[in-house]
Design a protein around this ligand. Structure first.
Ligand code: PEP
Ligand code: MN
Length: 337
């Protein structure tokens, strides 16, 4: 960390800052310049919390050299991580993973039909929400534990591992009994207490980017999970809020290659929640694979027009079958490059 002082900073202010750094058990190294003095901070193992320093009189700016997401960063873990989620591997050198299923678990029949079509199209993991983070309280909120049972049953019927969202700490134990992978949704990306508990439970976690989260905030959220001892984190870009209203969110595909540069964790893309429109899901799923995503998560429903949630962005069984085939062809093509 580098502390840059104002050009008018007094010697007393400089000393107060030096004392504050040393009180944190770190070394302060003043670097006098022609216009102003900077103080190099040495001896830290990772990111330094600068709250006790940045407000001190005479301090102009604090520049962090270490990132707040040490465990997530390639600086500390240069080799790419392969995350094994119930036998499905996410990461460099692995075929892109196709996760698919309805937005919400609605009934036993719906889930069995969804699992069958997902499996027949060659997807590797089944999704379905049982506890739903809906924008309004008067909409279908999910079947809860009953939904978890239908999801598990459908996954087992087709030999597919299952992923579902956890919204509250109290749900964790139950969800871990039924699901192979935990999803932390966009709305909970900065629910730090939940992230910590998810980090303690040992299940692989798919962490979605918050709809207004910067990349640094996204990676810092993943850091919370890993810091508690759970390294099996899969990042998921699902679109962010922008001024654009034509699509549900704006898919920020550029972070995929950037995350791959900055972090050793795998990253997948959810083009369904990113676009909100069925006809845009396929093109953006293919684009995601081209830019290096380790997988895609797609909403598909046996009868999307009757879906209780997110029907407009859910693929039909036929549409999904076609996309799965295209993704397979795309993968073969990319392997020739
Ligand atoms: C979901 O995947 O079911 C979901 C609610 O997505 P997001 O958290 O990205 O909105
Ligand atoms: Mn949905």
């Amino acid at each position: 960390m580098l502390i840059v002082m104002h050009h008018s900073a007094t010697n007393e202010q400089l000393k107060a800052v030096t004392d504050a750094v040393e009180a944190m058990g770190l070394v302060a190294e003043p670097i006098p310049g022609s216009l102003r003095t900077a103080i190099g901070v040495l001896g830290n193992q990772g990111y330094v919390d600068d709250t006790s320093i940045r407000e001190l009189p005479g301090v102009r700016e604090v520049i962090h050299v270490s990132k707040p997401y040490k465990l997530v960063s390639r600086d500390f873990h240069p080799a790419s991580s392969i995350v094994d989620a119930a036998g499905v591997k996410f990461g460099d050198g692995q075929p892109p993973v196709l996760i698919a299923g309805p937005c919400t678990v609605e009934s036993e029949e719906q889930m069995l039909a969804a699992a069958r079509l997902v499996k027949n199209s060659g997807a590797q993991m089944l999704r379905g929400g049982a506890f739903k983070p809906r924008t309004g309280p008067h909409t279908f909120q999910g079947l809860g534990v009953e939904g978890l049972k239908f999801l598990r049953q459908a996954g087992d019927a087709e030999g597919l591992p299952v992923i579902t969202e956890v919204m509250r700490i109290e749900q964790l134990e139950t969800i871990c009994r039924y699901a192979d992978v935990l999803q932390v949704g966009a709305r909970n990306m900065q629910n730090f207490d939940l992230l910590k508990e998810v980090g303690k439970c040992g299940h692989p976690v798919l962490l979605k980017r918050g709809m207004s989260a910067t990349l640094e905030e996204f990676l810092s959220a993943a850091e919370y999970i890993i810091a508690e001892g759970n390294p099996r984190v899969i990042l998921c870009e699902r679109g962010i809020r922008t001024f654009e209203q034509a699509t549900r969110n704006t898919l920020d595909l550029s972070i995929v290659p950037l995350v791959r540069e900055m972090s050793h964790l795998p990253i997948v893309v959810d083009p369904s929640h990113a676009t909100g429109r069925r006809n845009l899901v396929g093109p953006m799923a293919k684009a995601a694979i081209v830019v290096g995503a380790h997988g895609v998560m797609i909403e598909v429903h046996p009868d999307p027009d009757r879906a209780l949630c997110d029907g407009a962005q859910s693929l039909t069984p036929e549409g999904f079958g076609k996309l799965a085939l295209e993704l397979k062809c795309l993968r073969s093509f990319l392997e020739t490059l």
